[in-house]
Write a protein that binds this ligand. Structure first.
Ligand SMILES: Cc1cc2nc3c(=O)[nH]c(=O)nc-3n(C[C@H](O)[C@H](O)[C@H](O)COP(=O)(O)OP(=O)(O)OC[C@H]3O[C@@H](n4cnc5c(N)ncnc54)[C@H](O)[C@@H]3O)c2cc1C
Length: 472
């Protein structure tokens, strides 16, 4: 692989910005051109549904680099300019300003865009989306005390916006078509916590609500009409029903695209001189035993850093341990790993309260039937999450016994009490498989001790706790 002299990055979001920074940190002194269709310097998005929407911060808080640090990177920045095609034979990116940007290596970091609602009336001016700085500022103007916000979609963006709107004195209702909130991202017990959290702050959460159309309301504003004829009146609607990866540039250039641009563990696409990173990629996750597309701040940054090093010929590899956080009211919710396939085996704290952690165990992961931590959801319990991260990163030694150490114990002192043998091949799912006797015995012992985790309770729809029976 010859050393590149000229690198083009398409997309000035989290992944594009961190790739540029990593290239310079690695000593690359050649030309870096960053093409971004938004008017802003490289920026991140999490504050948009939080501090920026709340009015506590201005959009500059999203900029990845202070002006002097950005200048020091020495980038050729093309803002408000869209890459329209890639001519792979000529190694050129074409833009909507008619420019032809030559590259030795190319990084595609085009992220994703909001999924649009396709119901009648969805084009009314009261209907908003939240992805960009401009979106956040437009929505913020509408969040005035005493007004009504209807959120369509009970996912992370919708729920964060709902929490922020309540802080601004706005009346909020959330419509979710599924039978629980955040159904794609978290298990039922976390969804129950979220529903209870929002209800306790006065949000009207309607589950199983199928939106049919929007209509102008008699006294002004907008009515959402549900499939069963129910009308929900609002002044403003925020639609948060997911995102779509911006793969068109890659697809039209003939690159392999599946659930995103297909890359290897260095971010390399099916063209060895073209890399991709961030929301737009379909990437291998050896740790999870499958390919995934991750929509998170951490992934955009870390994958971009690995891809940037690989662009220069480095041999860094990326095996994500997915991590996502959300802030809603006074709840900090962190999700480590993917808790979608395994029952919560250990609970620390009280799921009916405001601080607890759920540890998702995978007892088929090692030959003797001992459980390994596969994923963790922590609510206002960052220490639990830090300790679990270390255990998971140690690979084969994420023992369930460690998850049961007392919550008040400083995470720094949490040691694996017993190293497990390496994980078995990840081919056997766990339907109906009993937990190992050792793990179960430890759970029972732990449940008898005060302040230790119990065998897994589950929260009920009304917010109570009932004993666990079966899978999540
Ligand atoms: C409101 C909000 C809150 C969030 N909060 C959290 C959170 O709390 N925690 C968390 O982990 N994650 C959060 N996320 C997700 C996280 O921000 C994304 O995963 C991350 O931004 C992905 O970065 P990216 O660089 O891949 O894509 P993006 O940030 O989308 O950047 C891609 C950029 O490329 C541009 N572009 C696209 N096509 C072209 C083209 N052809 N030419 C030029 N430019 C182009 C786009 O306009 C965009 O500016 C949040 C996202 C949003 C929208």
């Amino acid at each position: 692989m010859t050393a590149p002299q000229s690198i083009v990055i398409v997309g000035a979001g989290q992944a594009g910005g961190w790739a540029a920074r990593t290239l310079r940190a690695a000593g690359f002194a050649g030309r870096i051109t960053v093409v971004g269709d938004e008017p802003h310097p490289p920026h991140e998005r999490p504050p948009l549904s939080k501090a920026v929407l709340a009015g506590a911060s201005e959009p500059a808080v999203c900029h990845l680099f202070k002006p002097e640090a950005l200048a020091a990177l020495g980038l050729d920045r093309a803002a408000r300019e869209r890459a329209t095609a890639i001519d792979r034979a000529a190694r050129v990116v074409l833009t909507d300003r008619g420019r032809r940007l030559g590259y030795d290596r190319l990084l595609i970091a085009t992220g994703s865009r909001v999924r649009q609602l396709a119901v009648p009336g969805a084009d009314r001016p009261e209907v908003h989306y939240l992805r960009t700085i401009a979106d956040a500022l437009a929505l913020r103007e509408r969040l005035v005390e005493g007004r009504r916000l209807l959120v369509v979609g009970g996912g992370w963006i919708g729920l964060e916006a709902a929490a922020t709107a309540r802080k601004r004195g706005v009346a909020v209702a959330v419509l979710e078509a599924a039978d629980r909130l955040c159904a794609r991202a978290v298990p039922a017990e976390v969804a129950t916590f979220l529903a209870r959290l929002h209800a306790s702050h006065g949000v009207e959460v309607r589950l199983g609500a199928k939106l049919d159309r929007f209509e102008p309301a008699c006294g002004g504003g907008i009515d959402a009409v549900l499939a069963d004829g129910t009308r929900v009146a609002a002044d403003t609607v925020l639609v948060g029903v997911g995102i779509v990866p911006n793969v068109e540039l890659a697809r039209e250039a003939g690159l392999e695209v599946a659930n995103g641009i297909v890359v290897d563990d260095q971010g390399r696409t099916s063209d060895p001189d073209i890399f991709a990173a961030g929301d737009v990629t379909d990437l291998p996750a050896a740790r999870l035993g499958r390919r995934v597309r991750l929509e998170s701040w951490q992934n955009a940054q870390e994958q971009a850093m690995v891809a940037a090093k690989a662009l220069l010929g480095g041999d860094a590899r990326y095996d994500p341990l997915p991590w996502f956080w959300s802030d809603q009211y006074d709840a900090n919710i962190q999700v480590l790993g993917m808790p979608e396939r395994w029952p919560a085996g250990v609970v620390r704290g009280d799921p009916a309260g405001t601080s607890f952690s759920l540890f998702y165990l995978r007892p088929d992961a090692v030959p003797d039937g001992e459980a390994a931590i596969e994923a963790v959801v922590s609510i206002n319990a960052p220490r639990d999450l830090r300790a679990a991260r270390r255990l998971i990163e140690q690979g084969p030694s994420g023992a369930c016994a460690d998850a049961r150490r007392p919550a008040e114990q400083p995470s720094e002192t949490v040691e694996p009490c017993r190293r497990l043998r390496p994980r078995a091949p990840r081919c056997s799912p766990w339907p109906g498989r009993a937990r190992s006797a050792r793990c179960t015995a430890r759970s029972r012992a732990a449940s008898r001790r005060p302040n230790r985790s119990t065998s897994v309770p589950r929260t009920t729809a009304s917010g109570g706790v009932r004993p666990r029976s079966g899978r999540t």
